[in-house]
Design a protein around this ligand. Structure first.
Ligand SMILES: [Zn+2]
Length: 365
């Protein structure tokens, strides 16, 4: 892997590499863009380039080898979801008293610390920033640059204020990446001390072309579906788990059609029963919720006479049948109830219980 494999946003990547080349990389970088736009991938690539033991040039600009000990170890953090799940599980296994005081981090290299939002609130907490403050003033031990990557911009107030203090006087040998879907979430004073780069979405056609190479095994309608579901994020499209999505969508359709058509509920309970508590169930339920949202949105497009905007275009005829049974009010109500389920999940209610409640609430109208 090298910078050439970062798809899209060539100009932004070029500028960042130029700054690397001049040895004047900013101490704080905000990478802004939708989910899957490549913020994390790019931050890790830059962390490798900052620390590569066998650095090279491509197109006259700095690149990384992706083979040396530093690149390899930093690369182990690439699957953020998996590393995050491991960290959550490790904490779950601690004694109650230790659990409370343990904050989540992902660290596969001594000089590179990844700071994910801490559950259940999914926010960056004071103790996480404290760890940054405790380590950032020590010279890197195995690389040239200490790198910190905040993977989300939802900071607790106290944590944001402490981070601001670090940004006022960062050491020479440290770089902080702040990844965000919405830079407005960051304190203005944090933004003004950082260089902000926007990673733009790619057009659907461009992602479809990329998928034709990367996922030749997918049929054209499947590639079209994935390209539309990825919101211009090529990384998300490439790594899209089509099988799981189609499975989740079948459940989502069962929930919606059982609510709209009434009658037999055994299919519905069979579907919701498979959503259990625990880390795995959480991921599964979250993807079901996202799928339900995308179907509701598509129903809205279809019923307002703009089916070409629908993303689940491979099941358009089924969506049209369902759309005939719905109206705007019902779709809006269903979206509200779905938001309730999401809130319930954050409070850790039993998954299948709140899904059944969701399905039942849809039927009342
Ligand atoms: Zn290297």
């Amino acid at each position: 892997m090298s910078f050439s494999e970062f798809h899209g946003n060539a100009e932004t990547v070029h500028r960042l590499r130029e700054m690397l080349g001049r040895g004047r990389f900013p101490h704080a970088v905000v990478l802004s863009g939708g989910r899957g736009a490549g913020k994390y991938t790019l931050a890790l690539m830059l962390a490798k380039a900052l620390n590569c033991l066998d650095p090279r040039e491509t197109d006259g600009l700095p690149d990384f080898c992706d083979r040396c000990a530093n690149c390899t170890r930093i690369g182990l953090a690439a699957d953020l979801d998996a590393r995050f799940a491991e960290a959550v599980e490790a904490r779950e296994n601690l004694r109650e008293t230790d659990k409370k005081e343990t904050r989540l981090f992902v660290q596969t290299h001594p000089d590179v610390l990844i700071i994910p939002p801490d559950p259940p609130q999914m926010m960056i907490k004071m103790d996480q920033v404290r760890r940054v403050i405790e380590t950032i003033y020590y010279r890197p031990s195995e690389g040239r640059e200490r790198v910190y990557v905040f993977t989300d911009s939802a900071f607790m107030k106290e944590a944001a204020n402490s981070l601001l203090k670090v940004l006022e006087e960062p050491p020479e040998f440290a770089t902080i990446f702040l990844l965000t879907e919405n830079p407005g979430e960051l304190l203005p004073t944090i933004r003004s001390r950082s260089m902000v780069f926007q990673l733009a979405a790619l057009p659907v056609e461009e992602i479809e072309r990329d998928l034709a190479e990367r996922h030749a095994e997918w049929k054209p309608p499947e590639r079209a579906l994935v390209a539309r579901l990825s919101n211009g994020a090529v990384g998300r499209a490439r790594g899209f788990d089509l099988e799981s999505y189609v499975a989740a969508r079948a459940h989502a359709l069962t929930i919606l059609s059982s609510a709209l058509k009434g009658g037999e509920h055994s299919e519905l309970f069979k579907a919701t029963e498979t959503y259990r508590a625990g880390a795995e169930g959480r991921v599964k339920t979250e993807s079901l919720i996202q799928t339900l949202y995308s179907l509701l949105q598509d129903l809205m497009f279809v019923s307002s006479g703009t089916p070409e905007l629908a993303r689940n275009i491979d099941i358009l005829s089924e969506l049209k049948r369902l759309a005939e049974l719905t109206d705007f009010d019902w779709i809006a109500m269903a979206s509200d109830r779905l938001a309730d389920v999401e809130r319930g999940m954050r409070r850790n209610l039993l998954r299948s219980l709140s899904l059944d409640a969701f399905a039942a609430a849809l039927e009342v109208s």
